[in-house]
Design a protein around this ligand. Structure first.
Ligand code: 13P
Length: 341
């Protein structure tokens, strides 16, 4: 195993003041996002939109360490024929690839899923490496509800994450290990804490069994937050304090960095929570962002499928990226939000 190469890429992904742009929406997810702004989800529109992001030079150079791509995108070329991967690499960011095949119903566990995609993964990773990917992502989904999650779902998903991570490291690709506990539902913050703790403990146990080099991976967890429909809201300070306490009790300090998913939080919540955690200080790993919606909702809305809105969309993306960069440094404030992009 090329340990030095893996470690270097993992460190680059969580470099100070930089975070990851999750632009790996599957065809069905990007269609949902485009439907919301009245744009047809054609291959050209998907390309134009993503090209706009990757050509946001200031954001890409200063605030983005890596970009997670979908299979279609890693093979696509910009309008002028330059591969999109080249645009990303030229901006100094690391190209990455989503390799899971999505969450499918888990037998005998109603309402729960197992993430598929291990069959043939070694071969696909080799191809993605040749296409320029240096890290990958696999998302396990754990839902909270009446009687769930089951141990069956937690264990099976943790095992699949660890098998994926091993295949990645063997292919010289840094695995982003993403066990996402969803924030749908009406559970309180304590329940999110308890479930996420179980999921992370199980995940690191399985990573150990699969002989994963922890220095050569990045963890992508949810924050500890109440369910969206919970009557009990939590303050920014409470989310920060609980999330950091949980991570300290579950994530070994040799892991170079933790890059959060936004998971349906508002743009500003996702930024404020990250900032508050970094401000707590005394952390053994880097904390940063690997946001999809919290980086892209604003530029998508500004773009709305119109070429003439490109500059406004790029400005909206740059603004969100800058806010999250400040948060990853513990230097964000709501006053910064008000400054024009
Ligand atoms: P969100 O930040 O929108 O949750 O997306 C991040 C991601 O990559 C989910 O797998």
């Amino acid at each position: 195993m090329m340990t030095a190469e893996l470690d270097t890429i993992a460190q680059k992904m969580v470099a100070d003041g930089k975070g990851i742009l999750a632009a790996d929406e599957s065809s069905s997810t990007i269609k949902k996002r485009f439907d919301a702004i009245g744009v047809a989800s054609t291959e050209d529109n998907r390309r134009d939109y993503r090209e706009l992001l990757f050509r946001s030079t200031e954001a890409m150079k200063k605030y983005i360490s890596g970009v997670i791509l979908f299979d279609e995108t890693i093979r696509q070329k910009a309008k002028d024929g330059t591969p999109l991967v080249t645009l990303i690499a030229e901006a100094g960011a690391v190209p990455g690839i989503k390799v899971d095949a999505g969450a499918k119903p888990l037998p005998f566990c109603p309402g729960e899923t197992i993430t598929e995609g291990l069959d043939g993964l070694a071969g696909r990773l080799k191809e993605y490496y040749d296409l320029g990917a240096r890290f990958a992502k696999w998302r396990a989904v754990i839902d909270i509800g009446a009687g769930i999650p089951s141990y069956t779902a937690i264990r099976t998903n943790a095992h699949a994450l660890a098998r994926y991570a091993a295949l990645c490291q063997e292919a010289k690709i840094v695995p982003i290990v993403e066990p996402e506990v969803l924030m749908d539902g009406d559970h309180d913050i304590e329940r999110c804490y308890e479930v996420t703790e179980f999921v992370l403990k199980e995940t690191f146990q399985e990573l150990y069994y699969q002989r994963i080099r922890l220095e050569g991976m990045v963890l992508k967890p949810n924050m500890v937050v109440p369910g969206k429909k919970s009557a009990k809201k939590a303050s920014v300070e409470e989310v920060a304090e609980k999330t950091v306490r949980l991570l300290k009790s579950c994530v070994p300090s040799v892991v170079p960095g933790i890059a959060f998913l936004s998971g349906g939080q508002s743009d500003e919540e996702a930024t404020a929570h990250l900032d508050a955690m970094v401000k707590l200080g005394g952390l053994p790993w880097k904390l940063t962002y690997s946001y999809g919606r919290a980086l892209q909702a604003a530029p998508q809305k500004a773009w709305s499928g119109k070429a003439e809105n490109m500059a406004a969309a790029q400005a909206a993306f740059t603004h969100r990226a800058r806010m999250n960069s400040l948060a990853a440094l513990g230097q964000w404030s709501s006053a910064e939000e008000k400054k024009a992009a």
